[in-house]
Design a protein around this ligand. Structure first.
Ligand code: ZN
Length: 138
C-alpha cells in the first residue's frame, strides 16, 4: 500500500471565508501516484472546517448567514469561552461544518458525486492555518 501526506497552508485576510481546495487536493492525488484508494482531508485547527458541497457563491453567502444565526460572532461577551479570546463562535461553526472529508479514488481521480467540491472553511482567520491531505491506496 502506498501512502502520501501533505499540508495545505492558508492565510485568510478576513475572519471567515470558504476556499475551494479541490485543485490542490487533485494535485496531491497526482503527486501521490495512487490510482485506487481513499483521500482524507482535515482541518488541523479547531476553528476551521473541511467540507464538501457546491461551488456556488449564493450558497456560500447563505451558509455564512445561517452560521451567524446559529453562533453569532457578536457580542463576544455572551460566550464563556471568550475569556482572553473572541473565537467561541468559530469553534461552534467548525463543529457544524465538520472537521474532515473522505473521498474515494477511482482510476486516479476523485470519485465525486454531481457538483461535489472540497472546501476549506475558515471561521477565525487572519493567521496562518493548515489542512492535512492523507492519501492511501495502490
Ligand atoms: Zn478558542
Amino acid at each position: 500500500m502506498k501512502s502520501f501526506r501533505k499540508e495545505l497552508w492558508f492565510e485568510v485576510p478576513t475572519r471567515r471565508a470558504f476556499i475551494n481546495i479541490t485543485p490542490q487536493v487533485r494535485e496531491c492525488l497526482k503527486e501521490s501516484g495512487i490510482k485506487e484508494g481513499l483521500v482524507l482531508v482535515n482541518a488541523m485547527h479547531i476553528t476551521a472546517s473541511v467540507f464538501i458541497n457546491d461551488d456556488e457563491s449564493g450558497l456560500h453567502h447563505d451558509y455564512d448567514v445561517w452560521l451567524e444565526k446559529l453562533a453569532p460572532h457578536e457580542p463576544v461577551s455572551m460566550y464563556k469561552h471568550n475569556v482572553g479570546e473572541d473565537n467561541a463562535d468559530a469553534h461552534m461553526k467548525r463543529q457544524i461544518m465538520g472537521r474532515e472529508v473522505v473521498v474515494a479514488v477511482t482510476d486516479g481521480k476523485l470519485d465525486f458525486g454531481t457538483w461535489e467540491q472540497i472546501f476549506y472553511g475558515e471561521f477565525d482567520g487572519r493567521r496562518r492555518k493548515r489542512a492535512l491531505v492523507k492519501i492511501i491506496g495502490e
